[in-house]
Every structure is written in C-alpha cells, then in structure tokens.
Design a binder for this molecule. Structure first.
Ligand SMILES: [Zn+2]
Ligand SMILES: [Zn+2]
Length: 347
C-alpha cells in the first residue's frame, strides 16, 4: 500500500509499504481522510521527542476511516463503520490513568506518534485501543472532512475546560493558527462575552474575525497589554489561551489577565527552550490560575465529535486544502509554508 514515511529530518518519502496486519484483536482501519497538524510539521523537522534520531515511521494522528473488519468478539465497531480515531492509547492502570488523566499516561502508545499512523491507505489499531473505545463511530451524516477535526478540537476543548471558560467571560487567544481559530469557534459556542485574538498575520486576523473574534490585535502595530485592558474595561481578561509557541508570550499572558484570571499554556515550546521569566508576583497578588494542557483523552475526543456533529457548518471552513495521498508531499509543503489552514490527505 502507499504510505508517507518520515525517514529523517526534512525527509518524507512516499513508499510502497506492506499492508498492516491485525493480530490478537487489532483492527485495520482504511483511511478516508487524514489531517496535517503542527505536530506533524514538528516531526518532519526532526524536533519531536517521540521521533528520536533514526526513527522511520508513518505519521498521521488526526483521521477518519472505515473499519475493514470488526472483531469477532463484538468489541469495538462493526465491519464498515466510519470511525474517527482517538489516537492516544493509555495503559489503563498507571497513576495518571487511575486518576482520569489518560492523556498523561506514563506508558502510552499513540497512533502516528509511537506507532505507524494515517498518512497511508490503512492503519493498524492495536487491540488495547479497540477495547478502550478509541474507535469512535462518526455520527450519521457528519461529513468526514468535519469529523477529521475531532482530535485538534478535543485538545482545544481540554484547554478551555482547564480554565473553565464561563458564558459571558472575556477570552484572549494568542495566535490564530488552526488551534487558535478552533478556539475562537469553540469559545463562541460556549458563549464567551468577548473573544480577543492577537496575531501578527493580517490574513489570519481576518480569518479570526470571520470565525467570530470580537476584537483582533496586531501585536506589532500596537501594545497588546494596553489594548487588552482597554477592551476589557480596564480589568483584564478573565481567560487567556496561549496558542502559539512564542516564548515572550508566556510572561506576557500573565499581564493580560484580570485579578483571579485563568491562563492556559496550550502551546509547548521546543525542547530545551521552555524556560521563560515569569513575574511571580502577578500570580501571587492577583491569584492567577496558570494551567497547562497537553494532548487529549478519548473522553475529550467524544465530546469534540459531539460538538462537531451539533454544528458542522461552522467548522468546515477550517479545511482549506485537500490532497490525494500521492500528493501528500505537496500537502506538507503548503502546510509548512503556512499557506494551508488545515490540509487533509485522502488515500
Ligand atoms: Zn494534531
Ligand atoms: Zn496509564
């Protein structure tokens, strides 16, 4: 079968790979659509910790596909079911798993990260994932091009849940990449009172406005802190989501928040470059609540798929480019160049 392999930093190759084989309760999913994510670009650059030097693997963790053959014991979806796949496979028994934080599992597998993923005609889903409910049936009639957004939306849903955005509150989103824009849509659906987006690119600011941002700011043209305070009646923002890996924005985010404000460090900085100077007194005197969120659980994915199914039309415009698997190198090029908002590959 055709597959797109990561072979070395900055080297992806289309190869004729062996068909994956199901053993002991595994299920083969024939890929319908797979989305390219910032994580895939990080993998491509050789910067992902789960792709250490020497790794040759098929990436792709955001995908929808069809179950080629359901399990004989009836566990998991039946043959032919269209499924969105929750990629993170937890062990189910470590302390993180027992405490309901399966995304922080100490012994996890992840489709497209630790095992071959979805930039291929077919992908093997391990038995453990089938048993843990990672194959989530796509609701009837939901466009696969919307369902493919389940995984990134699940991550954003986890981030906004961590800061507990409440109806009517103000939210600042730093960065209007795919994640920032998904956050704009979700925040609007959650009833945010104002959604203030900071982004340097004019095109992305326009998209943020189109998706429902109430205020957009070019932080190079005006003072971000001053403007956010002005837009929040001089009290600061109730919630702040750091959705772009720019080191200066982490300390800055604390200055945007109101007293008692909640901040989520959604984006991660490149390995070894995570130390940033924080004004601890802002956290102390203003009782700021600083959180992080990473990846997502299968529960988050189920919630995200339900959100997508409830109002698919608002999410569909996020899919900006579609490519055949044969053209997936080009799909990666337009994604890396920032031309594509979200490119999908269709085997
Ligand atoms: Zn992703
Ligand atoms: Zn675990």
């Amino acid at each position: 079968m055709l597959a797109l392999e990561f072979q070395a930093p900055h080297t992806l190759g289309l190869v004729d790979a062996p068909q994956p084989e199901a053993e002991d309760g595994d299920v083969i999913v024939d890929v319908v659509l797979a989305g390219i994510c910032g994580t895939d670009l990080k993998i491509t650059r050789g910067e992902h910790r789960l792709y250490p030097a020497g790794t040759v693997r098929v990436p792709g963790h955001e995908f929808v596909g069809r179950v080629r053959e359901g399990r004989a014991d009836g566990v998991g979806p039946a043959t032919g079911t269209l499924v969105a796949v929750a990629p993170n496979i937890s062990c189910g028994h470590c302390t993180s798993c027992r405490r309901g934080r399966a995304n922080l599992c100490l012994d996890y597998e992840s489709v497209g990260l630790t095992i071959d993923g979805a930039f291929a005609e077919s992908v093997r889903i391990p038995a453990r994932a089938v048993e843990q409910g990672n194959l989530i049936p796509v609701p009837d009639g939901l466009d696969p091009a919307v369902a493919v957004l389940m995984e990134p939306l699940a991550a954003v849903y986890r981030g906004l849940t961590a800061i507990g955005l409440v109806r009517g509150e103000s939210l600042v989103i730093l960065g209007a990449g795919p994640i920032g824009l998904i956050a704009v849509i979700l925040a609007r659906q959650l009833g945010a009172g104002s959604i203030i987006v900071s982004q340097t690119s004019a095109g992305r600011r326009q998209l943020a406005a189109d998706f429902g941002a109430t205020v957009t700011i070019d932080p190079r043209a005006e003072n971000l802190v001053d403007r956010v305070w002005e837009e929040t009646a001089e009290v600061g923002a109730d919630c702040v989501l750091v959705a772009t890996p720019v080191a200066e924005l982490y300390p800055e985010s604390l200055r945007l928040a109101a007293v008692g404000g909640r901040i989520n460090f959604f984006a991660g900085l490149p390995g070894g470059r995570g130390e940033v100077p924080i004004d601890a007194n802002l956290v102390h005197y203003n009782e700021l609540f600083v959180t992080g969120s990473t990846a997502n659980t299968t529960d988050d994915c189920e919630a995200a798929l339900a959100i997508l199914a409830a109002d698919p039309e608002v999410y569909l415009p996020l899919i900006s480019h579609r490519f055949a698997l044969e053209d997936s190198l080009e799909a990666f090029r337009v994604s890396a160049a920032g031309v594509a908002l979200k490119a999908v590959v269709e085997p």
